[in-house]
Design a protein around this ligand. Structure first.
Ligand code: CO
Length: 284
């Protein structure tokens, strides 16, 4: 068993997207364009409605999956498939854009803060033009694994101690875990060798890798790129910590990004833009 060590530690950059939502971006920046198959990692979180209320008005996607995971507050959404709803604290929306979708994501001003994540996972060439699909998962359907040391793991996707995640049948064979570590708690989690794996520490401070001793101390908020191996080890210090652990199978295919599209060639991007102008972008 090879432990995955820290390959890189990324400090999120402040960014503005949609109609003016302020967020912390760790992937899709000048420093880190993508990390096959992850093409975006955004953390939105604010007590100030002015930072998020403008939202993400109607916009297209093609060639990717977008995964929204809410920690607090809520976002109203509607789309070209006729879906509409609200995702709130603890809910997940795993959207496969495939051949194309138009959707709107509008945060609601609530009594508390808005907090959550959006991640984009690239689709392989053979699934770029697959039919769009949603997996909407309410918080109550996401398994909660509590280990003897008090570590609590919400299993969005993947497997923990034989418990399968709420989201399945995804090409990238992803792991998506929300891990709450008590003070001095340790997480040891197998991750398939060859898969791209990252951590996002968003509360407290942890030590990553290094076997039983050593390792790299990482404060929050930081994204950690892990080297290859079979198992991830994270330890909290004297205070509780919280992080996401994500992994997915890399595609090793050429990719071209233009705004909300990720395709294999420039011609496919040009075609998507042409179809948007022609009104033929939505196929089903
Ligand atoms: Co979107």
């Amino acid at each position: 068993m090879i432990e995955r060590e820290v390959k890189d530690v990324v400090t999120p950059e402040m960014a503005s997207d949609g109609a003016g939502v302020r967020l912390k971006r760790s992937i899709a920046t000048r420093t880190l364009d993508h990390l096959d198959p992850f093409f975006l990692f955004d953390h939105f979180g604010s007590e100030n409605a002015g930072d998020y209320v403008a939202g993400f008005p109607m916009h297209p996607h093609r060639g990717i999956e977008t995964i929204t995971y809410m920690l607090d507050g809520s976002v109203a959404h509607r789309d070209s498939l006729g879906n509409a709803g609200v995702i709130g604290a603890g809910d997940v929306q795993w959207m496969t854009a495939g051949s194309g979708i138009l959707h709107e994501e509008m945060p609601r001003v609530g009594p508390r803060r808005l907090d959550g994540f959006q991640i984009w996972v690239n689709l392989p060439r053979k699934l770029k033009m697959t039919g769009p699909r949603y997996q909407d998962v309410p918080a109550a359907r996401i398994p909660d694994v509590v280990r003897p040391d008090g570590t609590r793991i919400r299993v969005v996707a993947g497997q923990v101690d034989g418990v399968a995640g709420a989201v399945g049948e995804i090409f990238a064979d992803p792991t998506y875990l929300d891990v709450s570590l008590p003070a001095a708690g340790t997480l040891e989690q197998p991750v398939p060798r060859g898969h791209t794996a990252i951590l996002y520490i968003f509360q407290g401070e942890v030590t990553v890798g290094g076997g039983a001793g050593g390792g790299v101390a990482v404060p929050s908020p930081r994204l950690v790129v892990l080297g290859d191996g079979d198992v991830v080890r994270v330890r909290a210090g004297g205070a509780p910590a919280r992080l996401l652990l994500l992994s997915a199978q890399p595609l090793h295919e050429p990719s071209v990004r233009w705004g909300p599209f990720v395709m294999n060639t420039k011609e496919e991007i040009a075609q998507a833009l042409q179809e948007l102008r022609d009104g033929t972008f939505i196929r089903r």
